[in-house]
Design a protein around this ligand. Structure first.
Ligand code: GLU
Length: 505
């Protein structure tokens, strides 16, 4: 790559960032880092009617949580500041003028009511109205009007928009890194508005001007922008700008494999579609991966595989490995099916790789919420024993509460199945044996109990199952003697005594 790699993530603050948006940011980030390039955050807020309070902060916080550190842009500053389009208003005017002067754009005075009428009329005839090369000469614009008429309207401050004049009947041949050659005949395109009556450019113009001025080398964005590529290429040409390279990422599909995963799917289908929880200005709450207990590394690893694959069997990639392995050539064209179960699996894999200390620190506040204060060293031991069984840090409580709390209830089903006539006597003896064990380690207590079982040919089932019931309240938990070691002698004997009092068949 000869040109310096500079890529941008350019969201519009019209709501929370969908996970598809995070995937776009991630692929831009990976591409930038892989090529020692620059990752830019630009906020595209020229459509003021769609502006949503809090969305920009949400975007910034999401990128931070995901570890997608911005090199330049909103919140960071940089050589090409400002990076918020609403602060760049004055910059665009010059280019609008340039396009009008060169004949590539024109003033259009049609009122919204007139356009609605044209749309309705076309619809009633089973057609679709388009403002394009076929209709423009009959409409209320500077192409159809004489120069004097146009100047008069401008002098009278009649509201207008500026439209881009699509060249007629030209076969455009474009290249997309992911899709290869894309061909479009310009006669199928309409004359998009590039500058609005409110004095702001539309997305299309602002996007092209900024990509040029910010020296963007590659535009990496979602497939939904592919239909805009011809217009963008034409705008670059008309402005005498060199166009960047384009890569349009495949859609993310619903878990059923059909249809685009939309913002509205989320909680409806039982999983978050947003990185962080979002509270809309109206107070509606949508769940987020962070609040659901996902590790950002797991979320990112999962997202990387939505459309990209390394070409090997390896599935677990940390950010550094992703950067090293990533290439746009390995991004597919086909839609990528989102799998919420696989997402959980990723989280479980990352949970397993956390050290006992890391997990203990994450678990401590959950214990505190349950009114348990325990030494970190003890928590570390416990998480070491149960982490294999957890998908989320929150699961640790369900998997290990009995290390910290004496059970107060005993599972009915287990009682029915495991607590026999002679069980109290046997468990009482186990208590006596354990009382004599000096070194109360897992090994020593196990040896003592097993030796007694073997000597008396009692069988393990009739002892170990009710003993577990007595110590944890059911038939769950890790190796029983590990539990015994951790809760210690006094607590073990206390629990046996309590169970003998409380469990009645
Ligand atoms: N502002 C556009 C969006 O919200 C950016 C599209 C692009 O990357 O060109 O997705």
């Amino acid at each position: 790559m000869t040109k310096k790699v500079r890529v941008r993530f350019a969201p519009s603050p019209t709501g929370p960032l969908h996970m598809g948006g995070v995937r776009t940011a991630l692929f831009n980030y990976l591409f930038a880092k892989k090529h020692n390039g620059v990752f830019i955050l630009r906020i595209e807020d020229t459509d003021q009617t769609r502006y949503v309070e809090g969305a920009e902060d949400y975007i910034i916080e999401s990128l931070k949580w995901c570890g997608l550190n911005v090199d330049e842009g909103v919140g960071m500053g940089g050589e090409f500041a400002p990076y918020r389009q609403s602060e760049r208003k004055d910059i665009y005017i010059k280019y609008v003028k340039q396009l009008i002067d060169s004949g590539d754009a024109y003033y259009a005075f049609d009122t919204p009511e007139e356009l609605d009428e044209l749309r309705n009329k076309a619809e009633s005839e089973g057609k679709i109205f388009a403002y394009d090369q076929h209709s423009r000469s009959q409409l209320n614009n500077s192409i159809a009007l004489s120069k004097e008429e146009t100047d008069k309207k401008l002098a009278e401050n009649i509201p207008y928009v500026v439209r881009f004049k699509i060249p007629e009947n030209e076969e455009l041949v474009m290249n997309d890194i992911i899709r290869g050659v894309v061909k479009v005949n310009t006669s199928t395109l309409d004359d998009k508005v590039i500058f609005k009556s409110d004095g702001l450019p539309t997305y299309h113009l602002a996007n092209i001007v900024d990509d040029h001025l910010m020296e963007i080398s590659h535009v990496i964005r979602g497939e939904e922008w592919l239909p805009s590529m011809p217009l963008h290429i034409l705008l670059y040409r008309a402005l005498n700008f060199e166009a960047p390279e384009f890569a349009h990422l495949p859609l993310i599909l619903k878990p059923v494999g059909k249809g685009k995963l939309s913002k509205r799917d989320g909680d409806k289908l039982g999983f978050p579609v947003f990185p962080l929880e979002w509270k809309s200005p109206e107070g509606e709450i949508s769940s987020g991966y962070r609040e659901e207990g996902y590790f950002p590394e797991a979320f990112i690893n999962m997202l990387a595989f939505l459309g990209w694959n390394p070409g090997t069997e390896q599935e677990i990639f940390n950010m550094e490995e992703l950067i090293n392995s990533f290439s746009l050539e390995r991004v597919g064209k086909a839609g990528a099916r989102f799998d919420p179960e696989k997402t959980k699996w990723y989280n479980q894999q990352y949970l397993k790789t956390k050290t006992d200390n890391e997990l203990a620190l994450l678990y401590k506040p959950i214990l505190e919420k349950n009114e348990i204060s325990a030494e970190l060293s003890l928590i570390e031991k416990v998480v070491g024993l149960v982490k294999e069984r957890a998908t989320f840090v929150n699961d640790l409580w369900e998997q290990s509460w009995f290390f910290f709390k004496t059970p107060e209830e005993y599972d009915e089903k287990t009682i029915k199945k495991r607590w026999k006539e002679n069980t109290p006597e046997l468990i009482n003896t186990v208590g006596e044996i354990l009382e004599t064990v000096k070194d109360f380690s897992s090994i020593e207590t196990e040896n003592a109990v097993k030796a007694w079982i073997e000597k008396n040919e009692l069988g393990f089932g009739p002892i170990m199952n009710p003993l577990r019931l007595a110590l944890v309240g059911g038939s769950f938990g890790p190796h029983l003697f590990d539990i015994i070691e951790i809760i210690g002698k006094d607590e073990t004997l206390k629990r046996i005594k309590l169970a003998l009092e409380k469990i009645k068949k």
